[in-house]
Design a protein around this ligand. Structure first.
Ligand SMILES: Cc1cc2nc3c(=O)[nH]c(=O)nc-3n(C[C@H](O)[C@H](O)[C@H](O)COP(=O)(O)O)c2cc1C
Length: 162
């Protein structure tokens, strides 16, 4: 069972989440590649694909949406999980709304609901966004990342329902 974990990032937070999922799935015995989206030519060598994007202004990064469109047909015949990394700041970290274009593609691919992970906002990211300065900090929840990875590992060990 080979798994591709691929991601779109601007500042690196989503890359680290993807890498952490990779660590967990390898420890569970799967063969795992972790690559930025631009480095992935095809999904056909993989049995399962986990794809994540950072959220900016309520949208996924365009390369992630393009990737879902380009590989839609191949993704339909694979196990696929999607996540996005966004909410920052202390307090509640509600699930982020899934952008309409991503929701439509996720439905067509047959992916389960998109998982929201809390994000990381570094000072250089808010240079031109003074309104976000008070939110600077790392909100990522590694326990949540591990739990989701274990959920996927269990699902991969179970044949998909017809
Ligand atoms: C200008 C700007 C806009 C953002 N908009 C959103 C947003 O709409 N929703 C959200 O949940 N997070 C938003 N964020 C937070 C980022 O998604 C978060 O920091 C994410 O973890 C960054 O991922 P990356 O380091 O992989 O690029 C925004 C951050 C910046 C700097």
């Amino acid at each position: 069972m080979t798994v591709l974990i691929t991601y779109a990032t601007k500042m690196g937070a989503t890359a680290s989440i993807a890498a952490a999922i990779g660590v967990e799935l390898r420890a569970a015995g799967f063969t795992v590649d972790v690559h930025e989206l631009g480095a992935v030519q095809a999904v056909t060598p993989y049995d399962a694909v986990i794809l994540g994007s950072a959220i900016y202004q309520g949208r996924w990064l365009p390369e992630a949406v393009r990737f879902l469109r380009r590989h839609e047909r191949q993704l339909r015949t694979r196990r696929v999980w999607l996540f996005h990394s966004g909410p920052i700041g202390t307090g509640s970290r509600p699930d982020q709304p899934v952008p309409a274009d991503v929701a439509r593609l996720a439905r067509e691919i047959g992916a389960p609901p998109v998982k929201t992970f809390a994000g990381d906002l570094q000072p250089d990211a808010v240079l031109h966004h003074a309104d976000l300065e008070r939110l600077v900090g790392d909100s990522r929840d590694w326990q949540d990342v591990r739990a989701w990875s274990h959920h996927i590992a269990t699902a991969l060990e179970t044949p998909p329902a017809d």
